[in-house]
Design a binder for this molecule. Structure first.
Ligand SMILES: *Cc1c(COP(=O)(O)O)cnc(C)c1O
Length: 540
């Protein structure tokens, strides 16, 4: 949509209908529509000058107070009727594939069903209508809600403290690593410990966070079991190491089976263990990271605890902290005094509450993502402790079901059972002329959003599938059937061209992704409209 006005882009071929195709209409239909998939122009292309959905009264005449600097042309907004606007945005919304439409196999992102009870509770007037600047006396319930969620997060992780305000996983990493840096500073070791270790399979945010804080990132290789190479890790440890950032279960969907030994080795040289908890959904209720020697860990509420994410929606990345790191937790601190909740936002407030701490400052305006907190707590409380344990078990069961059902025809990247994600490499496509990308594009024609591709980087042509606990078995079976069918077609060795042409049935075919990334056209320019059209000139 943002690419260009040339609608023929990515639409070559595929003259499927019985109606003769016009010159710009390569779908073979008069309209360019595909069944009830409507070809959607930009709203600026649809607009007509002077058209308006409502009757507005003439504005009163006022004296020019801008010293002649008045706009002389039109505002340049598209003019549409109300039904046109409604239809435009409804049709655009239908072009989004969504978790509410079907299987969403993206790995490493945990796209799981967002139960409606979460939404209902988050919209309750006493919660949805809160303002962050309300007097504390009027938000006692909200503060208690935050504290109750904090209690669950501490209990589930076996950690004594949690910083609630970080707005996403990456922000949580920043918070945790800043706490580690502050603790090192307090010990006078910040200058000496400049290295942060991160496995090669790490999510890109890990090295980015460490680098942003001025640490030098040293990658640790994976072994042939897809886990951290313990010998390589031990060799890298020394008095110059500040911390390790380790994901568990890791981004290959595997449990780091030597994690206790890793944490002992890290602590033995005086370094800290930052755990990336993005995959906590695979172990929640089963394993407490605190028992594994973790010093701090972020929790992506939008992954583990079913709050919406993606598309710009806010996430939330609370960070659980060990007793040693807890004093550095950022403001605000929510403290109960007698039966009143208070919010300490600076050193003076903390002191007057008689609370010990040297917070590293503030990471975010206000108290955190209240809507996400509410949804996460609703999810947690509606599942209960036993239900959360079952979430982890079912997520792992689903992934292993996929692994078992596809393991003989696709190529599992590593031997043995997985956790919440089934990771395949592209060995099964060898010699077929079909790449991981082609395979993923062909999935779109089968009605499936592709799995995560080419991540983690340690696996060649990676395909990472995370079904989560919320997909029904028959839906998984159909998904597996589609992948088996695609695999069989690819392996005939004569299907490369068909795969390269996929997707055939989507509104757009293959876009020039390099061009889109390098030279995105983010602004509409009226290239072929009449020059005397003031509205369109104004938009230029
Ligand atoms: C998603 C993810 C992150 C980053 O979390 P955001 O909430 O997207 O910032 C970090 N590490 C891993 C392993 C992840 O999967």
């Amino acid at each position: 949509m943002v690419q260009s006005l040339d609608r023929s882009q990515g639409r070559e071929g595929g003259s499927a209908g019985g109606v003769a195709a016009g010159p710009t209409d390569t779908h073979g239909t008069f309209t360019g529509n595909r069944a009830l998939q409507i070809e959607e122009p930009l709203i600026f292309e649809m607009g007509q000058p002077g058209r308006c959905g409502v009757d507005l009264p003439e504005p009163p005449k006022v004296k020019d107070r801008f010293n002649g600097l008045r706009r002389s042309g039109e505002v340049g907004l598209p003019g549409l009727s109300e039904p046109q606007v409604v239809q435009h945005y409804t049709r655009l919304s239908q072009k989004n594939y969504a978790i509410d439409m079907g299987v969403y196999p993206l790995g490493s992102c945990t796209m799981k069903h967002n139960p409606r009870i979460n939404e209902k509770v988050a919209r309750l007037p006493g919660i949805g209508d809160l303002h962050p600047l309300q007097p504390v006396s009027t938000v006692q319930g909200a503060l208690e809600l935050i504290d109750r969620l904090a209690h669950w997060l501490k209990t589930l992780t076996g950690m004594p403290a949690v910083a609630m305000s970080p707005a996403a996983g990456a922000h949580g990493e920043m918070c945790g690593m800043m706490a580690i840096a502050a603790a090192l500073e307090a010990k006078g070791e910040r200058a000496q410990r400049r290295i942060v270790l991160a496995p090669e399979s790490a999510h890109g945010t890990n090295p980015a966070t460490a680098a942003a804080l001025g640490f030098t990132v040293k990658p640790i290789p994976a072994n042939d079991r897809g886990r951290v190479d313990l010998a390589a890790l031990k060799a890298a440890l020394g008095p110059d190491v500040a911390a390790i950032m380790l994901t568990n279960p890791n981004t290959c969907g595997l449990f780091e089976s030597e994690i206790v030994e890793i944490s002992k080795a890290v602590h033995a040289v005086g370094a800290y263990f930052y755990c990336d908890g993005a995959n906590f959904n695979a172990i929640v209720g089963r394993v407490r990271p605190g028992d594994l020697g973790v010093d701090c860990m972020h929790i992506n509420l939008h992954k583990t605890f079913s709050t919406p994410h993606g598309g710009g929606g806010p996430g939330a990345g609370p960070v659980v902290l060990s007793a040693a790191l807890a004093p550095y937790a950022p403001y605000p601190w929510i403290v109960k005094q007698g039966d009143k909740w208070t919010v300490a936002e600076d050193g003076g407030a903390l002191k007057s509450l008689g609370v010990e701490g040297t917070p590293l400052g503030r990471l975010k305006a206000f108290h955190g993502q209240m809507g996400m907190f509410t949804r996460a707590l609703a999810y947690i409380m509606s599942h209960g402790a036993d239900g959360l344990k079952q979430v982890a078990e079912d997520a792992v069961l689903s992934a292993n079901y996929v692994m078992a059902a596809l393991g003989d025809t696709m190529s599992p990247a590593f031997e043995g059972p997985c956790m919440h994600e089934a990771l395949f490499d592209d060995r099964f496509l060898k010699g077929t002329g079909v790449s991981t990308l082609d395979f993923a594009k062909a999935m779109i024609d089968e009605g499936y959003h592709p799995m995560t591709m080419y991540f983690p980087l340690v696996v060649h042509g990676a395909m990472l599938i995370e079904p989560t606990e919320s997909v029904a078995k028959e839906d998984l079976d159909q998904f597996i059937g589609a992948l088996r069918s695609l695999t069989a077609r690819a392996k005939t060795g004569t299907a490369a061209e068909a795969f390269k042409a996929a997707p055939l049935y989507s509104p757009r075919r293959r876009l020039d992704e390099t061009l889109a990334a390098r030279k995105p056209i983010l602004r509409w320019k009226p290239s072929n409209n009449p020059p005397d059209d003031p509205m369109k000139q104004a938009a230029e």
